[in-house]
Design a protein around this ligand. Structure first.
Ligand code: GLU
Length: 372
């Protein structure tokens, strides 16, 4: 067995993310490309694999249909274009898949929906039911209603969250770049292609332009962020060029195409959700409490210095020490309650609030560290 096939293992469930540049050729939606994706998905399903798609392109297609040319940062026209483009986009996907007798479903996501644990769980039920009924779920961000605070921001992140949430084995990100290089290949003829990444460390992040020494290959940073989300979910990830013939089928089959990011040990689902959910507020803690949190112990009220934002019990907050976000967590108390017990001993909670749920402000099982 080739090393790649060995590293990938048996892919039962795969998410394929398709970027705008892959879909739109010479200013028009490429029917040929969409038909080819549908054909490859058909072949994968014939082998008993399940496929989910995350598609971009709504804004690009909508702007073209409306003949609109927005100024940079002009949002309303982009949001209008998204709603025009999304229906054209789905119509095209539906036509391509129909050729192979496959039904597709549209799922539009916003970050605030995902940040609500019940909605995130409901989403799972919907997806499982679609897959049980042999439907291909097609996701995009709900750009028409999205403002900054409720945005995933990019479909690389969205696709990684979908892969993590649905316990997929592999995420394939199709783009106009064929993978990760150690320096910018368009500027440096000696740039070395990296076929496999076993560990996402600072040197890998630097290659992606995440640091001042990076060369900033456009969307590579968000792809590395996506790889970190996948890693925690025990999901492999491949970045590959959509120009490679049969790329969807070949990456899943374990051919040496693109850069493979090998998954790590699985982080429990609840912690993964805490890590990527929207933070409704922040708790600033002292050094002693930081030590406890970093040692995977609970956060006690006595270590809390400041509570910011308004949040209910059960919402996600950032946990900050000396200005650095070290973790995210789900407190056992609301922001108002935490503000009144901050800096106080756990024995005093009942006297102050009139009741006591936990001696801890945030239980260790409800804390996800961001520093590792
Ligand atoms: N949701 C956007 C669209 O459909 C694309 C965002 C992205 O590609 O990251 O146009």
């Amino acid at each position: 067995m080739s090393e790649r096939k060995d590293l990938l293992g048996d892919v039962r469930r795969v998410v394929v993310k398709i970027g705008t540049t892959s879909l739109i050729k010479d200013g028009a939606v490429s029917k040929e490309f969409m038909d080819s994706v549908a054909e490859q998905v058909f072949r994968l399903r014939e082998e008993g694999r399940q496929v989910l798609i995350v598609t971009s392109g709504a804004i690009g297609i909508g702007l073209k249909a409306m003949g609109a040319k927005p100024k940079p940062n002009e949002m309303p026209i982009r949001q209008a274009a998204a709603s025009v483009g999304q229906s054209i986009l789905m119509q095209r996907w539906s036509e391509s898949f129909q050729r192979y007798g496959i039904l597709v479903a549209q799922i539009l996501m916003t970050f605030d929906v995902y940040s609500d644990r019940d909605s995130a769980n409901n989403l799972n039920n919907t997806v499982e039911s679609l897959l049980d009924n042999s439907v291909v779920p097609i996701f995009n961000e709900n750009d028409a209603v999205c403002i900054n605070e409720i945005k995933f921001g990019d479909n690389d992140t969205l696709s990684a969250i979908v892969a993590s949430r649905t316990d997929s084995d592999l995420l394939v990100i199709l783009s106009d770049i064929d993978g990760l290089y150690d320096s910018n290949p368009s500027e440096n003829r000696d740039a070395r292609f990296i076929p496999v990444v076993h560990r996402i460390d600072d040197s890998i992040k630097a290659m992606a332009g995440g640091t001042s020494s990076g060369f900033g290959t456009g969307g590579m940073k968000t792809k590395i962020d996506a790889a970190e989300i996948c890693r925690d979910a025990r999901c492999n990830m491949i970045i590959a060029s959509s120009k490679v013939y049969g790329v969807v089928y070949r990456t899943v089959a374990g051919d040496d195409v693109g850069t493979l990011f090998v998954s790590g040990d699985e982080v429990p689902k609840k912690r993964r959700w805490i890590k990527s959910a929207h933070a409704a507020g922040r708790i600033t803690i002292d050094k002693g409490a930081e030590k406890a949190v970093l040692e995977h112990r609970s956060l006690l009220p006595v270590g809390i210095r400041k509570v910011e934002g308004e949040f209910r019990k059960g919402e996600v907050v950032e946990i900050v020490c000396e200005g650095r976000i070290i973790a995210k967590g789900v407190p056992s108390y609301s922001s108002k309650e935490l503000a009144s017990i901050a800096g106080r001993h756990s024995d005093e909670i009942e006297g102050i609030l009139g009741y006591r749920l936990h001696a801890d402000a945030v239980l260790s099982e409800n804390i996800a560290l961001l520093t590792i």
